[in-house]
Each structure stands twice: as structure tokens, then as C-alpha cells.
Design a protein around this ligand. Structure first.
Ligand SMILES: Nc1ncnc2c1ncn2[C@@H]1O[C@H](COP(=O)(O)OP(=O)(O)OP(=O)(O)O)[C@@H](O)[C@H]1O
Ligand SMILES: [Mg+2]
Length: 274
């Protein structure tokens, strides 16, 4: 059984669409019959909240594990020691007959500020144990250059950059490059850039110009399809629904078509990498 390819969705800029793309792409792959694990390492736990309904999540927290237990298997403060296993830390979620596995996050991850040396390697060690069970493992990163993002870097084969084509977000790209360079220097290994995906796109002249500029600067690295800004994304998240299963019509259908195209290009780019 071939091992999963691990891809982090990274951008140090907040609110650009990382989680929306991570969840959308994960479900799209799952709906194509791929075995997918989505790893949430953001203390905001937005991907977890989107995919897992509240009752299931609260029940899970009572006697199962989250990514916090992977970072701190010996416990911190009031959190009981725990040795997470795939069965105790991965939630299988079924929607529309398709399965997506989630390694959930928790707000308590914020307590993990003074972690001992070596903590950054724990996620990789855990994921190495489950790699053979999946074709794709996607990691939804927080918008910070933190222990979490560095752990994702150390765990991944490649990274994908969701980007909002507004001037301020584009200005963040050199900062991201610098952060990735810093990680490469620390780790002594490079991470393959799978590409950039435009998210929350509006048909304004400014955004169109910005996209042209980025496509020129990052020639060959920007995905063809773009995700448009549309109402209905937050509602789908609120109902724990994949975007693909939302019944909202109109412009929302363009988002579904875009996710389909992005997924196809994603798989092609991964195949070229292997
Ligand atoms: N295509 C879209 N159309 C409309 N709203 C969107 C779209 N994509 C994302 N949003 C909304 O924009 C906000 C930020 O999106 P998202 O959470 O995906 O970004 P993020 O980069 O993961 O943010 P953070 O840096 O906080 O993790 C959310 O409220 C989300 O519902
Ligand atoms: Mg997010």
C-alpha cells in the first residue's frame, strides 16, 4: 500500500481562505473515493468545527484525543496524560455516503506555548504511523509562524498556498517565502511548493490586475481555477456540510466547479511530484 502524500495549507496571512480550501479539497478528494485525512493544527479549530458537528465533537472530547495529545502525550496542567492512537484521535465523518477522517484540534492547543524541545517532531511521528492508511493527508495550518506551522512543515512533503488576490495579502507572499526559508534552514530540508490557489476572488479590476501580476511572478505555480467569493460558504460551515453538498444554487455552483478543477490539478501536480 503506497504511503499518503502529506500537504500543508500554509499562509501566514489570516483569513485568506486556508480552511475553506482545506475542507473543500479534502471533501472533493473524499468524494472521488480517495482515502483522506484532514489534520487541524489551528487552535481556532475552524476546520474541526466545520466538518464535525458539535454534539459529536463534545462527546469526542470526553474520552478521546485531539491533536493536543499528540503534541503533549504526557499532559499539561489540568489536561490528563494520554497516549493517542489512530483510533483514539481520528474521527471518521460520513457525509453523502463519503468518508473523510479528521484529526481534530481544540482551543486548549493555545496552552501549548512553552513546549519542551522535540515537541515539533511529534506530529510527524504520529502521521508516519497512519500514512499507509491514506492517499492524502492535508494539514490546515494557523496563520502564524508557530510551533504548529513548523510541525506541519516537518510532517509534510509539499505545501499549498491559498491566497486572496488583494494587495495586502499579496504583500504577505515575500513574508511567507521568508518564513519557509527559515523553516528550511532549521530543518535542513526543503518543502516542495505545490502551488498557489486564489480564494475569495471578486471580479473587480484591482483583483484581476493583482491575479495577473501574481501569475506572472509565480509563473507555472498558480492553479488555473479560482474560488470566487460567494454567500453560502459560512452557512455550509455552520451546518457541517461539505460545500459540494450545499443546495445553494446560482453563483455557488461556480465554487463547486472550481473545487472540482482545483482537485484535478492538485492530483496532477502531486502525480508529477512522485
Ligand atoms: N469563497 C468564499 N466566499 C465567501 N466567504 C468565504 C470564502 N472563503 C472563505 N470565506 C469566509 O472568509 C472567512 C475566512 O476564511 P477561512 O477561514 O477559510 O480563512 P483562513 O485563511 O483559514 O483564516 P485563518 O487565518 O483565521 O485560519 C471565513 O469566515 C469564511 O467563511
Ligand atoms: Mg483557518
Amino acid at each position: 500500500m503506497p504511503n499518503a502524500i502529506v500537504v500543508s495549507l500554509i499562509n501566514m496571512k489570516g483569513g485568506v481562505g486556508k480552511t475553506t480550501l482545506a475542507v473543500g479539497l479534502a471533501w472533493e478528494l473524499a468524494m472521488k473515493g480517495r482515502r483522506v485525512l484532514l489534520v487541524d493544527i489551528d487552535p481556532q479549530f475552524n476546520a474541526t468545527q466545520w466538518i464535525v458537528d458539535t454534539a459529536t465533537y463534545l462527546g469526542w472530547l470526553k474520552n478521546r484525543h485531539t491533536v493536543l495529545n499528540i503534541f503533549m502525550p504526557n499532559g499539561i496542567e489540568d489536561i490528563a496524560p494520554a497516549k493517542p492512537t489512530p483510533a483514539s484521535a481520528i474521527i471518521p465523518v460520513i457525509r453523502g455516503g463519503h468518508r473523510l477522517d479528521v484529526l481534530p484540534s481544540t482551543l486548549d492547543l493555545m496552552k501549548l506555548d512553552a513546549a519542551p524541545r522535540g515537541t515539533e517532531n511529534r506530529l510527524r511521528v504520529f502521521l508516519d504511523k497512519v500514512r499507509s492508511s491514506y492517499e492524502y493527508i492535508l494539514i490546515d495550518c494557523p496563520p502564524t509562524a508557530s510551533l504548529f506551522s513548523y510541525s506541519a512543515f516537518l510532517s509534510s512533503d509539499a505545501y499549498l498556498v491559498p491566497i486572496k488576490p488583494d494587495p495586502l495579502s499579496v504583500l504577505g507572499l515575500p513574508l511567507l517565502e521568508r518564513a519557509m526559508q527559515d523553516y528550511e534552514d532549521r530543518a535542513g530540508q526543503a518543502l516542495y511548493l505545490l502551488g498557489l490557489v486564489f480564494c475569495q476572488v471578486r471580479q473587480t479590476e484591482a483583483m484581476t490586475d493583482t491575479m495577473k501580476l501574481v501569475r506572472r511572478q509565480y509563473a507555472g505555480q498558480v492553479f488555473e481555477d479560482t474560488i470566487g467569493q460567494t454567500t453560502g460558504v459560512a452557512e455550509a460551515a455552520d451546518k457541517n456540510l461539505p460545500l459540494q453538498l450545499s443546495t445553494k444554487g446560482g453563483k455557488f455552483n461556480e465554487v463547486k466547479t472550481a473545487l472540482n478543477g482545483i482537485c484535478r490539478e492538485f492530483e496532477n501536480r502531486v502525480a508529477a511530484l512522485l
